[in-house]
Design a protein around this ligand. Structure first.
Ligand code: SF4
Length: 271
């Protein structure tokens, strides 16, 4: 947990739409770089090193704010070359972290996106176990609160769902644990839910192993075996796919009811 209020560095972005390869979306937008929550497993910590910042000590305490992001996005979406592909907002930062209360950049970006397309919202919920959630993502809203927000959006007709991610070996990966999240997501009206196994970029590796050594020392050896590289072995990922299929057996995710609303209401729904 960051010890004090973060230091915000206001910057002007030249562009905000980032091309993404190998993901189910083509572009990403990150209104901030750095994240107050400083989760122990956060792969995005690595991005701080691109700006010669320390991804361990500064990820939660030095946060870059792209002040002009919405204006730049409006220009980029108006380019004749823009083909209307899928954009994911907040792939390497929490776009609703505390800074958003002051800067309100994510809200402005959503208005720009909603003018051009529909929107869906994904909540990361690796576990619904309160104590475990508090230990791996100490300052993030508790799982029940995220589920309530999901329910509010789903009831309003916004397509919303859950990323059971990251799945943490030995901590959140049993069929029963996965099923508990699927059930909770379904109960809140989620339209989708998917799993993603932990991967450990260089900086996240350091942060996560230090968490293990302090809180789960009995798992250190197992993780050393699993994470010879930044990705878990294919066999483990396949095993999680199998467990996830078993965990969601009988749980059917449905699209939200169709409700006609003006784009401006999309913004209101998300606040
Ligand atoms: S909330 Fe997301 S971006 Fe922020 S530290 Fe946690 S995992 Fe990283």
């Amino acid at each position: 947990m960051p010890a004090q209020r973060p230091h915000y560095v206001e910057i002007a972005a030249k562009s905000v739409l980032n091309r993404v390869r190998g993901m189910p979306f083509e572009w990403s937008i990150n209104p901030y770089r750095g994240c107050y929550h400083a989760c122990v497993f956060c792969y995005a910590r690595q991005t701080h090193t691109f700006l010669e910042r320390d991804g361990i000590t500064e990820w939660g305490s030095t946060i870059f704010v792209k002040l002009n992001a919405a204006q730049v996005l409006r220009r980029e979406l108006a380019e004749p070359s823009w083909r209307g592909e899928e954009v994911a907002l907040g792939t390497a930062t929490d776009p609703y972290q505390p800074a958003e209360g002051t800067y309100r950049i994510t809200r402005a970006i959503l208005v720009e996106l909603a003018r051009a397309a529909g929107v869906s919202v994904c909540f990361s919920i690796p576990t619904i176990e309160v104590d475990l959630a508090r230990s791996i993502e100490p300052t993030v809203a508790p799982p029940a609160q995220r589920l309530r927000a999901l329910e509010t959006l789903a009831t309003a007709g916004v397509r919303a769902g859950v990323a059971i991610a990251p799945v943490l070996p030995g901590l959140t990966d049993s069929v029963e644990q996965l099923r508990a999240v699927y059930r909770a997501a379904h109960g809140a009206g989620a339209s989708f839910a998917w799993t993603g196994v932990l991967h450990l970029e260089e900086v996240a590796r350091e942060s996560y192993f230090s968490f293990l050594q302090e809180h789960q020392p009995e798992l250190v050896q197992r993780y050393e075996q699993l994470y010879g590289t930044k990705y878990a072995p294919k066999a483990y990922a396949a095993e999680i796919d199998k467990r996830a299929r078993s965990a969601r057996a009988g749980i059917q995710f449905e699209p939200p009811p169709t409700i006609e609303f003006e784009p401006s209401l999309v913004q209101l729904s998300l606040i």
